[in-house]
Design a protein around this ligand. Sequence first.
Ligand SMILES: Cc1cc2nc3c(=O)[nH]c(=O)nc-3n(C[C@H](O)[C@H](O)[C@H](O)COP(=O)(O)O)c2cc1C
Length: 238
Amino acid sequence: MQKHVSVRQFKDQPLSADMKQQLMTAAQSGSSSNFVQAFSVIEISNKTIKDELAEISNSAPYVKKSGVFYVFVADLYRQSKMLKDAKKSTDGLKNMEELLVASVDTTIAAEDMAVAAESLGLGICYIGGIRNDIRRVAELLHLPRFTFPLFGMTIGFPENKNQVKPRLPKSNQFSVDTYDISSFTDLTDYDQQIHNYYLNRGSNNQSTDWTEKNVDFFKEIRRDDIGSFLKDQGFSLN
Ligand SMILES: Cc1cc2nc3c(=O)[nH]c(=O)nc-3n(C[C@H](O)[C@H](O)[C@H](O)COP(=O)(O)O)c2cc1C
């Protein structure tokens, strides 16, 4: 796990059926809040659909050329059906808590799949870029109410790998008993490390650092259509 890097260049080699079975089993094996198993995974094999998802996500080369591309769907549709069959209200699925439950279950499943894939010598890259047009993705995949596409994951045999990206100093992320701002170290050294990483890595070199990247990323509101899409899918966001 300490060797993890996102892989964005794959060999043109599909995964075997056996490997895909192992990955699916790994994804199903994780913890699940109250055992609701609130996720589904859609393998994208149709070229037209894959091409459109690749364009939407701005990650075209490594979505199109990989061993397999999955879309992870946060999914409370099954529960909505069970409630309807039992003639009960679906209000209990609508609030933010349940949206978080489904998002967390889906993320745990995805990361278990990622770790399993890497243990088989494969490379992975999460593709949050599918949320660039979340409504179209839901339409393309015929997603019912009480579901939403959280991210994609492209998996395959690595053609090329970047170096491991240095993580934050531990004192800035781990503490005991309290959120301890006083133990945070100044990020000058870390920014320098990240600057060197981006400047020297094997592909997509950039002159930036962690602080600059984050300010740039969060300086304006992104994907402001997600809330209204989730409301249309049945969630109240309360
Ligand atoms: C939920 C999620 C969505 C992501 N979406 C994308 C994406 O759309 N395109 C991409 O190239 N990388 C994507 N990434 C990969 C991150 O950029 C990457 O994990 C991060 O820069 C750390 O680098 P590393 O994975 O190589 O350690 C995503 C990662 C996560 C966890």
